[in-house]
Design a protein around this ligand. Structure first.
Ligand code: PA5
Length: 430
């Protein structure tokens, strides 16, 4: 079961009590669909009322892809890719593409010709399926990459077979991608109208790539449902998810305007990327918000660790702890050769990693960095579902406490306007 605690944060229960009413109001606004952006709160009840038929179709499609493909190219950006990538690395580890099964690669999340060209060259001779994801259907990055992917598929398989190997996840009715998919005969999956990009990981957007990678998507949804039940009490003292949301705001009030999500497992890297998008895009508006950052320990203790310990004191840390590893490794004895670390002999790597975690929390707390802790038993589907739901709900409540609409992203349009103007300009400066 997912647990949240704040013993090392310097926050007292009395301070949480002061948030009793505002948290309860935020809860009512979210569940009663009366808050800002309420048209995008379909994810709140998704774990209990998701479309069962669509989910079965996702499973069947994943089986087809697993049977006829070596590679799945997932083409999307932001909320249309980070959840799937986060989930696959979380569950399958950093080397999932080197193990048995379908390799899943991501395109359309940048505009680099080097990245796209190198990846397409690598997969060209393999058996390929493509999953193009865009809720709006008009986002430039995936649209540009998809042109290349479609060209590759049609030249490799011909139009008819290519169409059978291309899947589109987009709006149920509107948008350029929906039109293109219908005209070309691609199978489509819907991003529900009331769920925005960064809250869409438990829809086909995340579930199809996850199922292709071999994840048990029923277990993911079950984990999310467990979290939905466990974090449904409007009383902040009984709801760990709301405690996290409130404490973030208390810390922000104390000048802690940077939150670092810290993991001790490299397979959490993309989970942290998903988390950064969730909080950054949801809260960073009206000149408000906490800047979400992430680190991978113990790697980054040897780089950013110095700053966290001793730099500007505007940081707090949320540590993501995994109860037990998926495998154990015992450190061989080395006393004869003498590296001076005899105390390591025969110890489990996971024990050493845990001591690094505890030592880091002690050091950072002593250095003035409040520490929060989110714990899950292990890296499995159920925990992934719980984590996703925990953070989605905490983000919504935290956004309401902050006084912003956590479901829009007006700021994202600004770079697009400028980029489009430059792209359409007759005399761009190079
Ligand atoms: O959370 C969001 O809404 C955004 O990050 C979008 O997911 C991202 O911009 C991609 O949009 P689309 O799915 O419309 O291509």
């Amino acid at each position: 079961m997912l647990k949240f605690s704040y013993e090392n944060s310097g926050i007292t229960q009395n301070e949480l009590v002061a948030y009793f009413e505002s948290v309860s109001n935020a809860h009512k606004a979210l569940h009663g669909k009366t808050g800002a952006g309420n048209e995008f709160t379909g994810w709140v009840d998704l774990p209990s009322n998701y479309d069962r038929e669509e989910c079965e179709r996702i499973r069947q499609t994943a089986e087809i892809i697993r049977g006829n493909s070596d590679v799945l190219l997932v083409c999307g950006i932001g909320g249309s890719y980070l959840g799937a990538r986060a989930g696959i690395e979380f569950l399958k580890g950093n080397f999932h593409n080197h193990k048995q099964g379908v390799q899943v690669y991501f395109i359309g999340n940048n505009l680099s010709p080097d990245y796209l060209g190198d990846l397409l060259d690598y997969v060209r001779d393999k058996r390929i399926s493509v999953c193009v994801v865009s809720k709006s259907g008009t986002t430039l990055e995936p649209a540009a990459a998809f042109r290349f992917a479609r060209e590759l598929m049609e030249s490799k398989y011909g139009k008819t077979e290519a169409a059978e190997r291309i899947y589109a996840i987009t709006d149920r009715e509107k948008g350029a991608l929906k039109k293109l998919a219908d005209a070309s005969g691609y199978a489509t999956f819907a991003v529900p109208d009331d769920i925005g990009g960064r809250y869409s990981v438990l829809t086909a957007v995340g579930l199809l790539p996850l199922a292709v990678a071999g994840a048990d998507i029923a277990q993911i949804l079950e984990g999310a449902q467990t979290a939905a039940e466990n974090f449904s009490d409007e009383n902040v003292l009984n709801n760990m998810c709301y405690q996290y949301a409130a404490i973030r705001n208390i810390l922000l009030g104390r000048g802690k305007n940077i939150e670092i999500l810290a993991g001790f497992e490299p397979s959490l890297r993309f989970f942290a990327e998903w988390w950064k998008q969730l909080f950054g895009e949801s809260e960073g508006k009206n000149h408000k918000g906490i800047f979400p950052a992430s680190v991978e320990f113990s790697t980054d203790l040897h780089s950013l660790g110095q700053y966290i310990q001793d730099g500007t004191r505007n940081i707090f840390e949320t540590v993501l702890k995994i109860g037990s590893p998926n495998r154990e490794m015992v450190i061989p004895s080395n006393s004869k050769d003498g590296d001076g670390l005899d105390f390591l002999d025969g110890k489990n790597m996971s024990f050493v990693n845990e001591m690094a975690r505890q030592g880091t929390v002690q050091a950072h707390e002593a250095g003035g960095v409040p520490n929060l802790l989110v714990e899950i038993p292990k890296r499995d589907e159920n925990s992934f579902g719980q984590l996703v739901y925990f953070f989605e709900k905490a983000c919504a409540i935290s956004g309401y406490l902050l006084g912003v609409n956590p479901f829009d992203q007006p700021g994202v349009e600004e770079y697009k306007k400028k980029m489009y103007a430059l792209l359409k300009s007759k005399n761009p400066v190079l």
